[in-house]
Design a protein around this ligand. Structure first.
Ligand code: A3P
Length: 326
């Protein structure tokens, strides 16, 4: 069964306890920060990037920050974790981040207290979260403040493939893709269930303060997504030259080379920290393939069918979202 797969697939040397926190699958250490997230003080001019992991969060963050800060290649060099902190990142949500935090100098000490760090940032703040809408800080969820949210969604089959590689890199995963896909479909990966996450933002985007983007659209026409995001952030449209420079900055090849955004020390840090035990070897890179439709060559026809059935079932009352994403 799934719990069995889970305990055998995540480095059994260092067992992790999990919990279902109001419907969200997380390590049980999430409880340590849950209250500080709930009570996090929002500001009207905050800008949030929200997503299910692997939907293109890092790419969207780099885009949003540069639009918000009138793209200048020099200031863009500030590492993402500093200019755009991951609010619930305390080394307790996704376990792998603990060791990055300790071993990687682009993750200074203050990042282990991310809520505190974010609380002390000057305005306007740029903040990242993977939390579903219903678990966002109270003032954000209830729209007590007017801050803007940009949600990025991606086809779940590609998310699953990307998340599998992420788990092998950062979460101590040492089993097969077949087993990982079972965990994914069975809501036993961090921040699952996937469709509830997407739906939670989709259903709440009515009052114009959530911009709903997709990874696929960013791949197809990044220029239009940049202009749409600029308009959403009340920025004037970019000139063609500015737009081209930003598009180049955000291209897969540039992002892959960009030390401010590529988490290049990920595997090395995990391995040096031995957080998943002596025998676990982190594999891979964070900015990995950057493609859409990778599932067509990566998944078996049976698995594709299982994903399609699952999606149909989960979206049976969300035809509009189905049409937008599938
Ligand atoms: P793959 O693993 O499919 O390559 P997140 O930031 O939410 O963790 O998402 C990571 C995914 O976004 C990875 O997908 C990564 O390669 C991809 N990505 C990052 N930067 C990108 C870019 N500039 N263009 C396209 N994909 C990008």
């Amino acid at each position: 069964d799934l719990d069995n797969i889970l305990s055998l697939s995540i480095s059994p040397e260092v067992p992790i306890r999990y919990m279902n926190y109001h419907g969200m699958f997380v390590p049980d250490s999430y409880q340590l920060i849950a209250d500080s997230i709930e009570n996090f003080q929002i500001r009207d001019d905050d800008v949030w990037v929200c997503s299910f992991p692997k939907a293109g969060t890092t790419w969207t963050q780099e885009m949003v920050w540069n639009i918000g800060n009138n793209f200048d290649p020099d200031t863009a060099k500030t590492p993402l974790p500093i200019k755009f902190p991951f609010v619930e990142f305390t080394g307790t949500t996704t376990t792998g981040w603990i060791s990055l935090n300790k071993a990687d100098s682009t993750f200074p000490d203050h990042m282990s207290k991310s809520v505190e760090y974010a609380t002390n940032l000057p305005s306007p703040r740029f903040l990242k979260t993977h939390l579903p809408f219903n678990l966002l800080p109270k003032q954000l969820r209830t729209r007590e403040k007017k801050s803007k949210m940009i949600y990025v969604a991606r086809n779940p089959k590609d998310v699953c493939i990307s998340y599998y590689h992420h788990y092998k890199l950062l979460e101590g995963y040492c089993s097969t893709f077949e087993n990982f896909s079972k965990l994914f479909l069975g809501d036993k990966v961090y921040y699952a269930p996937f469709w509830d996450h997407v739906i939670s933002y989709w259903d709440n985007k009515g009052n114009n303060d959530i911009l709903f983007l997709t990874y696929e659209n960013m791949k197809k026409d990044l220029g239009s997504v940049i202009q749409q995001t600029a308009a959403f952030l009340n920025k004037s449209p970019m000139s063609p030259e500015q737009l081209n420079r930003l598009k180049e900055h955000l291209s897969f090849d540039s992002m892959k080379k960009n030390p401010a955004a590529n988490y290049e020390n990920a595997a090395e840090s995990i391995n040096a920290s031995k957080i998943f035990g002596e025998n676990f070897k982190a594999e891979g890179v964070f900015i990995r393939k950057g493609e859409y439709g990778q599932w067509k060559s990566f998944m078996s026809p049976e698995l594709i069918e299982r994903f399609d059935e699952w999606t149909k079932l989960k979206l049976k009352n969300h035809r509009d979202l189905f049409d937008r994403m599938i």
